[in-house]
Design a protein around this ligand. Structure first.
Ligand code: GLU
Length: 320
């Protein structure tokens, strides 16, 4: 590998949302994305996805970064903050509007509920297309949507490095999705696509809870003529009930004093079989072991695994 290459062939990233402290599930995504980037001789970036202002928890972003550092993570370049990127998202929205690929929508939730035929894949309402051909007279825009069309052949298909071949019927499963919300916030789907492209991200390694969002992101990349990153969706850590570990499900915040043990547990979750004695090692020693023995092929190819605090290894849970 030519280390002097100006632009790496591989650029990965970790993109937490500051809606709470770092927990075990986010550590798994950070660790896998970082180790894979380093194993491939690439760069690893951190992007703070604070685009959804009402969901940001004060102090959470700073606490996530401090916690990452305490766990021995070192990222390339400065942290990118999505809250500073509104102008870029606005410019892309205008580009899509000018190309006729996006349109303003005046519908309230109630109006959509009255007309929606069936639920979208994420459990929300499938947009019935009311404003697709123009706003009804006298109405003003509330949100902006992307005009979604199935690719020739029907489904949007992609190959996930861990979850295998994927296919989604965009029109039936997600419909015309929102780019700029009625509350003035840019949608995650737009922000993530614009930033992954502008930051030159070649490989996305993240939790399988985002697998169903990926076809929307690929569709948007195609609309904008962006390169398509390679995707790998990791099993997400779940409680025994099958619920994803998250702030909402009271996942405990990671304790920096237990950084080495946390890293060893994450390596175990990722199928890397760290030796038991590593749990008593220092953070730097755990990283040295992980850098030497990281093997992407050993990551379990399921959508979720039960995380049991302080016990043996995790158990696989049913996909879906
Ligand atoms: N910010 C998203 C989250 O924390 C992750 C986005 C991504 O990795 O694409 O769930």
């Amino acid at each position: 590998m030519n280390k002097a290459a100006a632009s790496p062939l591989y650029r990965g990233r970790f993109a937490p949302s500051p809606t709470g402290s770092l927990h075990f599930g986010s550590l798994v995504a950070a660790l896998a994305s970082c180790l894979e980037a380093r194993a491939r001789g690439g760069e690893w970036r951190v992007r703070m996805e604070d685009v959804d202002a009402p969901r940001n928890v004060p102090g959470a972003a700073e606490s996530i970064l401090v916690c990452l550092e305490a766990h021995g993570f070192a990222w390339d370049g400065p942290v990118r903050w999505q809250s500073t990127r509104r102008d870029a998202y606005q410019a892309v929205l205008e580009q899509l509007l000018a190309a006729g690929l996006a349109y303003p929508c005046c519908c309230s939730r109630k109006e959509i509920a009255e007309r929606a035929g069936h639920a979208a894949l994420d459990g929300g309402l499938l947009y019935p297309g009311t404003c697709r051909e123009g706003l009804p007279p006298g109405r003003t825009p509330r949100a902006w949507r992307l005009r979604v069309e199935n690719p020739a052949g029907g489904a949007l298909e992609f190959q996930d490095r861990l979850q295998g071949p994927q296919a989604q019927q965009l029109e039936r499963d997600v419909g015309d999705f929102v780019l700029l919300r009625a509350d003035g916030q840019f949608a995650y789907q737009l922000a993530v696509v614009v930033d992954d492209a502008e930051q030159g991200v070649t490989d996305v390694v993240r939790g399988a809870d985002l697998l169903d969002s990926t076809p929307r992101q690929i569709f948007l990349q195609r609309c904008l003529g962006y390169a398509e990153p390679v995707y790998a969706h990791l099993p997400v850590a779940t409680h025994a009930s099958g619920e994803k570990l998250s702030k909402q499900t009271r996942a405990p915040a990671l304790v920096a004093e237990r950084a080495a043990q946390n890293l060893v547990a994450a390596l175990d979750f990722l199928g890397q079989s760290p030796p038991a004695e590593l749990a008593g090692a220092r953070v730097g020693e755990v990283w040295a072991w992980a850098r030497e023995y990281w093997d992407f092929a050993r990551i379990p190819r399921c959508r979720g695994r039960v995380w049991k605090a302080g016990s043996g290894g995790p158990d696989p849970v049913a996909a879906g």
